[in-house]
Design a protein. Structure first.
Length: 317
């Protein structure tokens, strides 16, 4: 099992390599899971990079379907399309972006890529009144994955990640069966994000209940546990915030432009990526054939990130 740390490409290769060497030496990381937001060529760092996280465009699905009526109905202004949907004018922009991501992953010679099997509209994220069912989203996940992998020659593992909105939640085996049966690319598995799974259930009150909830879901998916090859290890407990926020928002006529000003703060309040400090989570890790254990932590400073890494490591002592 590789112990990895998530990292973004906001810095030069020289700075990234320095950080990668530092974290590997000090904390024993075997490598890194990279997510890209820039056009920098990170090929010189490929010896450090084990996994590649495909960028997530949260409201991609209606754009992929070219349902511009629904997009404009919510977003009002095309200026939001690119960051939320992955393009502005045609689904080809989104498809080509993902194809480019696959080629980058291939060039970096990573062992796996991560894809968020989810769709969420902005207002939905504030009210939890979801327009699309989990299965409606998963059908489109299958379609776009089949389109972007078609004609390519890849050896990497495609790991689908659970979220807490419409799409893959990893709470039942039917969704897993559907994906494995209908995705044409055959090197497919899953990566369990522990924080995302906790976010599914706003009634969870503490880490003990969180661990039990995760175990219950793994029991539900039965033999398909063998396909969970990765874990994003982190912790969020935001049920009280979610319940208060959606109750308030459901009573309001929300303005999309005002919502966009605070949406990232809202998401961070739900999914804040703290360390999972309850040792019982190691029982979950041991239940699964995890090959890639990713410390997916967020720190506003290097000192804050190191503090979180140190706290996370303690559960393995």
């Amino acid at each position: 099992m590789y112990k990895l740390l998530n990292m973004a490409d906001f810095y030069s290769n020289e700075e990234l390599e320095k950080e990668m060497k530092y974290f590997s030496k000090k904390y024993g990381f075997d490598g890194f899971e990279l997510i890209k937001f820039t056009d920098n060529d990170n090929t010189p760092l490929k010896e450090y990079i084990k996994g590649y996280h495909i960028r997530f465009f949260p409201s991609w699905m209606e754009f992929y379907l070219e349902d511009f009526i629904s997009l404009y109905d919510e977003l009002k202004d095309k200026k939001y399309f690119k960051s939320l949907c992955g393009g502005e004018n045609s689904k080809d922009e989104l498809v080509n972006y993902f194809k480019k991501e696959l080629e980058i992953a291939k060039t970096l010679e990573v062992e796996y890529i991560v894809f968020h099997a989810c769709n969420i509209k902005i207002i939905e994220s504030l009210t939890y009144n979801f327009k699309y069912s989990d299965m409606e989203v998963l059908k489109n996940v299958v379609d776009i994955l089949n389109e972007i992998f078609e004609g390519g020659n890849y050896n990497l593992k495609l790991l689908l990640e659970n979220l807490w909105w419409s799409g893959l939640r990893l709470t039942n085996k039917e969704e897993i069966e559907y994906l494995l049966k209908n995705i044409n690319y055959k090197n497919v598995g899953f990566i369990l994000d522990t924080g995302h799974m906790i976010n599914n259930n706003p009634e969870i009150k503490n880490s003990k209940e969180a661990v039990e909830y995760i175990k219950k879901n793994l029991k539900n998916i039965e033999e398909y546990k063998k396909y969970i090859l990765g874990m994003h290890l982190n912790y969020s407990l935001s049920g009280d915030y979610v319940k208060k926020t959606i109750e308030k928002n459901r009573k309001q006529d929300l303005d999309i432009h005002e919502c966009m000003k605070t949406i990232y703060e809202h998401i961070n309040n739900i999914d804040y990526h703290a360390p999972f400090e309850d040792k019982e989570i190691t029982e979950v890790i041991n239940l699964l054939p995890i090959k890639y254990l990713v410390f997916e932590l967020i720190g506003n400073t290097k000192e804050e990130l190191e503090n979180k890494i140190q706290r996370q490591l303690k559960i393995f002592e």
